[in-house]
Design a protein around this ligand. Structure first.
Ligand SMILES: Nc1ncnc2c1ncn2[C@@H]1O[C@H](COP(=O)(O)OP(=O)(O)OP(=O)(O)O)[C@@H](O)[C@H]1O
Ligand SMILES: [Mg+2]
Length: 254
């Protein structure tokens, strides 16, 4: 069976730094794949190069069998590839529901048109987006703070909102960059439960995470990236007890 996401020989340099040195990775449909490795291994760069935030110098990215190398983020979102950022960004003074609505599918300039024209179609579209935003907020236990400003949310709720924004695009694959960073263990566990619930409904995930408890609890398959290359892959339990992996992970850790 063809993997949902296939990354082949991805390379990216920044001046003298080789962040990606021919990285390979595949993500099977319906699974949670973990991407781990020491700080500076190239994990976020791989996300950026896959999701169109950054152009790779070489290599290829296939999504659902299509060569999507170098595609822009909005075009990737349209075919079902959605991501979140290591540092949550763009949380404005808008409410939680409004924030979610901004990330709905197909709305190039629609908000503006809707405001000016107030056409029946635009109103219907806005209503549809609002209903989807409410459904996503309910799914993530954010409905009770739906009318609060996003910037006033707790750290854990901000993480959930970030996941919610990815969900609004009705993705096939969600890529999460350190979803548990900066939140307490209880919230990390909650977030993990939400991710597992989405997986049970058929969602596919690729997750960068330093919290090994969460990796153990969530991931079906784990890829270890070291110095821009895939160093090992397999089940987390096997990787954890592999001295080569321990050495590579610890040895490069500052
Ligand atoms: N925009 C950039 N310009 C210059 N160098 C960069 C840039 N982005 C990343 N790098 C460098 O590329 C290497 C890989 O960084 P990257 O952020 O991908 O690592 P990471 O595996 O995500 O690390 P962490 O676990 O700390 O988030 C690092 O040496 C980093 O300093
Ligand atoms: Mg990173």
């Amino acid at each position: 069976m063809m993997a949902l996401l296939e990354v082949k020989g991805l390379r990216r340099r920044f001046g003298g730094v080789t962040a990606l040195d021919g990285a390979d990775l595949s993500v099977e449909q319906g699974r949670i794949t973990g991407l781990i490795g020491p700080n500076g291994a190239g994990k976020t760069t791989l996300f950026n190069a896959v999701t169109g935030a950054l152009r790779p110098n070489d290599g290829a990215v296939y999504f659902a069998g299509t060569d999507v190398t170098g595609w822009r983020p909005d075009r990737l979102a349209e075919v079902g590839l959605s991501r979140t950022f290591q540092i949550a960004r763009g949380l404005s003074a808008l409410t939680v529901i409004e924030n979610l609505m901004l990330y709905g599918k197909h709305q190039p300039g629609e908000a503006f048109c809707a405001a000016v024209l107030r056409t029946k179609a635009a109103r219907a579209r806005e209503e549809e987006l609002r209903l989807r935003a409410i459904a996503v907020a309910r799914e993530l236990n954010l409905l009770q703070v739906g009318d609060n400003r996003a910037i006033d949310l707790s750290g854990g709720q901000k993480k959930l909102l970030e996941l919610g924004r990815a969900l609004m695009a009705e993705p096939k694959l969600i890529m999460l960059d350190e979803p548990a960073a900066g939140i307490n263990p209880t919230l990390a566990k909650k977030l993990g439960e939400h991710i597992l619930a989405l997986k049970a409904r058929g969602m596919t995930f690729l997750i960068i995470e330093h919290n090994m408890g969460l990796v153990a609890a969530l991931c079906d398959h784990v890829v270890v990236l070291v110095q821009g290359k895939r160093f090992a892959q397999g089940r987390f339990a096997d990787l954890r007890s592999d001295p080569r992996v321990q050495e590579a992970y610890m040895g490069h850790r500052a």
